[in-house]
Each structure stands twice: as structure tokens, then as C-alpha cells.
Design a protein around this ligand. Structure first.
Ligand code: URA
Length: 267
């Protein structure tokens, strides 16, 4: 029990460290800092239409810009925009969901993007779990997906040691009380696919949650694979270890579907 507490606390700290959201800064402040001029002088340059952000001339000196904004003064680049990255990877069994690890290969080791050091993980999977992991350097996007209030669905394929009884569906829907954290899990949807295989949808992400839930019904998970997070589905033809950038549509879908899911749950 005490060991679990320690692990939960450590994981919590790690995810906070990598989810740091870069603070936006007001445009006049950025200009003033860049050219060592006063704020008033910086504002005047904006009023004089000498400043552009992401290719558009701006007139508001209090516009907030962040590290993903490209800022130019008199057509000269004063701050390049950092690439905004949203990736999916098919995590193979045996690889750890971390940015660094002294012992095992990490999901970051499988990615060959030049800016991969800027990435953080949006949620994790156990080393012996396979499937969809999202990575990004966009702290606002990951915060949205990880926000417990949004109840973003995560869908898993589960294989078990023993047959799954039909009564398990109601048990998963009622939730299980976890003494360690003193909480009851949110209603989860269990769809029994065959004797020892099920699809499980969770609306939260707790430590070893799927394994612990099956343990509570006296069963054991022998294989676990994540198929979906919010509106993002791991393509069935994507091989373990493969990764790719998300499409604009997928990024938009994540946010829309999390909002829709939340709305339909509150009906
Ligand atoms: N639940 C688990 O038990 N393990 C995972 O990797 C993900 C969810």
C-alpha cells in the first residue's frame, strides 16, 4: 500500500514537470524587452503598424503572444515561432511511457522529429500495455485532455486469464471503491466481446486502473491495449513503434468530442 502511494506521488510530479505551460506575454512587453525600449515606445511601434504576428499586422499592443507566435518588427523576425507538435504513437509492449529512462527504451526514443525534446506525454500506459499515446509540446491542449472535469473517454481492449461474467458489466458501471485513494471509480462501460476479451471505456485515468478493476472481480488482465483517447483513434494498420503527426481534423476532433462526450454524459 505504502509503495503505491509513493509511486502515485512520483508519477504526479513527473507529469507536472513536463506539462509546464509557457506563459503568454503581452506584445508590447516582448518588443520592449527585445529592443531595450520603453513600453510606450513599443506601443507606438504597434500603433504605427510596424509589427506583425504570424504574418498579420497587429494594432493591439496588449495582444498576448506565446512561444508559438512568430513576431516581426519592420519585416525583421524578432522571435521565430516554435513548431507546434501533436503526435500519436503506437506504443509497443516493453517500451516505457516516459521521456527518459535509465533502463528501458522510451516512446521518445522511437520518435525521430528534430524537436522531440520539447514533447511531453498526454497520459501514460504501463510498460506491458500497448496502444495509443499522444505527445505534444502544446501545454494547453494536453491540459484540456487531462482535465478530470472533461471526462475524456479512453478505450481499451482487454484480455483476461478467466472468463468475464456478464454480471461484470453492472459492476464496472457502478464503480469500485479504491481504498488507497479513498475514491470510487467513475461509471465505466464494459462490452464483453468473447469469453476472455472485452472493450472497456474509462472516463478517468487512475494508476493501473484497468488491472485493478479486473482484480476486484477476481480476474486478471493478461493483455491490455489502448485503442482511443477522446476523438483520436489508433489506426488498426499502424504498427507497434510507428508514430505520426496528428491531422488538423484529429486535433479539432479531440476537443469537440471531449465536449460532446461531456455534454451527453450530463444529459
Ligand atoms: N490501466 C492499466 O491498468 N494499465 C494501463 O496501462 C492503462 C490503464
Amino acid at each position: 500500500m505504502r509503495g503505491w502511494f509513493r509511486v502515485i506521488r512520483r508519477r504526479h510530479c513527473i507529469s507536472h514537470r513536463f506539462m509546464a505551460i509557457p506563459l503568454p506575454v503581452k506584445l508590447d512587453r516582448l518588443l520592449a524587452k527585445h529592443d531595450a525600449m520603453g513600453r510606450n515606445q513599443a506601443r507606438q511601434r504597434v500603433v504605427d503598424r510596424r509589427v506583425s504576428v504570424d504574418g498579420h499586422v497587429v494594432v493591439r499592443h496588449d495582444l498576448e503572444v506565446d512561444r508559438f507566435s512568430r513576431v516581426e518588427l519592420d519585416g525583421v523576425l524578432i522571435r521565430p515561432a516554435q513548431r507546434l507538435l501533436h503526435l500519436m504513437i503506437h506504443k509497443p509492449v516493453g517500451v516505457v511511457s516516459a521521456t527518459t529512462d535509465s533502463e528501458h527504451r522510451t516512446v521518445i526514443d522511437l520518435i525521430d522529429d528534430p524537436d522531440k525534446e520539447s514533447l511531453h506525454l498526454v497520459g501514460r500506459l504501463d510498460r506491458n500495455t500497448s496502444g495509443l499515446i499522444l505527445l505534444t509540446n502544446d501545454g494547453r491542449w494536453s491540459k484540456l485532455l487531462m482535465d478530470p472535469a472533461r471526462k475524456v473517454p479512453k478505450v481499451y481492449l482487454v484480455e483476461t486469464r478467466d472468463p468475464i461474467p456478464p454480471a461484470a458489466v453492472a459492476e464496472f458501471a457502478c464503480g469500485f471503491y479504491f481504498h488507497t485513494e479513498d475514491l470510487t471509480t467513475l461509471p465505466a462501460e464494459l462490452e464483453i466481446l468473447s469469453d476472455r476479451q472485452a472493450r472497456l471505456t474509462l472516463y478517468e485515468g487512475r494508476y493501473h486502473q484497468v488491472k485493478r478493476m479486473f482484480h476486484r472481480i477476481g480476474n486478471r488482465v493478461t493483455a491490455l491495449h489502448r485503442e482511443r483517447i477522446g476523438g483520436i483513434i489508433l489506426p488498426v494498420d499502424m504498427s507497434p513503434g510507428a508514430w505520426r503527426h496528428l491531422t488538423e481534423q484529429e486535433i479539432a476532433n479531440t476537443i469537440e468530442s471531449t465536449t460532446e462526450d461531456r455534454q451527453s454524459q450530463s444529459l
